[in-house]
Design a protein around this ligand. Structure first.
Ligand code: PAF
Length: 278
């Protein structure tokens, strides 16, 4: 497995692979890899000849009071996991490599990124779009795979790809859950044992929403209240609960098949997100 830390070397290698006829699948990550990331790698493997995993904790997508400093990092473990998973190359730049001190261009999506996570994290999606655009330019993948857990992120990136004409196909892999239903996330490692139990209420609340909808309830307010009650009963601090149209991300009043229940809630200091496509 190749390990690149330099942009030009990474770019040159990717270009050579593309010229030789290989298809590249990119899995962009912030490292501290887990089975959720492995499922993205598996998705990329379906019809790409080579998989590149990028590992970069991107400072520009964290707000000033967020967890950039303490975000978990394990470069050695990540490299080992990628090697075992049959990844062709890993790109691990450092911050100064990715962002020159006088960088003055960024990519902002102005519509889909406004609500939901964008409300409480106003600079987040600008950081995500900018780094993903850079990664696409560096790796020139045919396919890039993202997780459904970050539902809004996928929608925003799809829009960026469409509006800026990136020649990359965006694929989405389903949410991977622990045996007890908690959505797998690098941030789960912040949770104490008690908080982890509390956090299970997110998945159980989503299950209640799902059951309620498929038992005939189509009022978004009623379903949202059910979800919020379940979260409050487990002392979760709700950031948002919304039922949205899966394409434009606008909140709906009457729920239909294909709409998405999206949740962001704090468990202690840890902000967790999850969703369920109805
Ligand atoms: O989903 C993530 O881990 C990050 O937002 C991404 C897409 C790797 C960009 O830093």
């Amino acid at each position: 497995m190749k390990i690149f830390r330099d942009i030009v070397e990474m770019q040159r290698w990717s270009m050579e692979q593309r010229i030789s006829g290989a298809t590249i699948g990119l899995v962009p990550t912030m490292g501290y890899l887990h089975k959720g990331h492995l499922s993205l790698i598996e998705e990329a493997r379906v019809d790409c000849d080579l998989i590149i995993v990028s590992i970069f904790v991107n400072p520009t997508q964290f707000g000033p009071n967020e967890d950039y400093g303490k975000y978990p990092r394990d470069k050695e473990g990540d490299i080992e996991m990628c090697e075992k998973a049959g990844v062709a190359a890993v790109f691990i730049p450092d911050v100064d490599t990715m962002y020159s001190h006088d960088a003055s261009v960024c990519v902002i999506e102005n519509s889909l990124s406004q609500g939901l996570c964008g409300q409480s994290r106003p600079t987040h999606f600008g950081g995500v779009c900018t780094v993903v655009a850079k990664l696409f330019n560096i790796m020139q993948p045919n396919v890039a795979v993202f997780g459904q857990k970050d539902y809004q992120q996928v929608a925003v990136i799809r829009r960026m790809v469409q509006d800026l004409n990136f020649a990359v196909e965006i694929r989405v892999a389903p949410i991977v859950r622990e045996h007890d239903g908690l959505a797998v996330s690098s941030r789960n490692m912040y949770l104490s044992n008690d908080e982890r139990q509390q956090a299970l209420s997110i998945n159980s609340a989503l299950n209640l929403a799902h059951e309620s909808f498929f038992s005939g309830q189509d009022s978004a307010v009623e379903i949202k209240n059910l979800v919020i009650r379940q979260l409050h009963e487990h002392c979760m601090d709700v950031d948002y609960v919304e039922i949205i149209n899966g394409f434009d991300l606008n909140p709906v009043e009457t729920v239909q098949m294909g709409d998405v229940v999206v949740v962001a809630a704090f468990c202690g200091k840890t902000r967790l997100i999850d969703n369920c496509i109805l």
